[in-house]
Design a protein around this ligand. Structure first.
Ligand SMILES: Cc1cc2nc3c(=O)[nH]c(=O)nc-3n(C[C@H](O)[C@H](O)[C@H](O)COP(=O)(O)OP(=O)(O)OC[C@H]3O[C@@H](n4cnc5c(N)ncnc54)[C@H](O)[C@@H]3O)c2cc1C
Length: 154
């Protein structure tokens, strides 16, 4: 069974042996959404992989196309990430680092790759909904606290 930085699986999470699949942390999976292969270590990735594989095994064969997100409680702070920010070249802050409540909107060019939030659950949920809709907002809108994020979801 081919292995690189994880067990190599296709977009259906199947290894080269069609009777063996790999999911979760150990799976290096083909990702049409992001191009190339990904291996992610998060609860979201593991549970969404499991749902995808369970679907295939019960006759509903679909490629894995989950939107990555992550949360972690770090002491009193809640870290949440919507999207994959690898490869960003511009970061715009929304909120107040001094008050420990802010989000980093990470862009590559004009494309919003993801939002990394500290104690800003609303920004995180916004990011997940925005990505599910395949939409973006500009860096200027992200930095402007008077810009109503909900308007981008309407
Ligand atoms: C310290 C730490 C903190 C984390 N914090 C977060 C977080 O805040 N948020 C988040 O989203 N993710 C977090 N993660 C990552 C998250 O825990 C993993 O991504 C997730 O548990 C992966 O699920 P999995 O089922 O792929 O693997 P695992 O949860 O690792 O499950 C693999 C299972 O296989 C068993 N196993 C291993 N080898 C064998 C064997 N040979 N035979 C039989 N059984 C075997 C193991 O005992 C284990 O029970 C954290 C991970 C660590 C280590």
């Amino acid at each position: 069974m081919p292995v690189a930085a994880g067990i190599i699986v296709d977009e259906y999470l199947a290894t080269a042996d069609p009777d063996i699949s790999a999911i979760g942390d150990c799976a290096l999976f083909a990702s049409p959404r992001f191009g190339g292969s990904l291996r992610l270590e998060s609860v979201q990735n593991a549970t969404d992989h499991a749902r995808c594989l369970a679907g295939r095994l019960t006759g509903d064969k679909k490629p894995y196309d989950g939107h990555p997100w992550f949360w972690s409680d770090q002491g009193d702070d809640k870290l949440q990430i919507a999207g994959l920010t690898t490869g960003y070249d511009r970061v715009v802050l929304r909120g107040s680092p001094a008050n420990k409540a802010f989000s980093a909107f990470c862009y590559k060019g004009d494309k919003l790759l993801g939002i990394e939030s500290i104690n800003r659950a609303g920004d995180h949920m916004f990011g997940r909904r925005l990505q599910a809709m395949g939409r973006s907002i500009t860096p200027e809108q992200a930095a402007d606290e008077s810009f109503d994020l909900k308007s981008a979801l309407a």
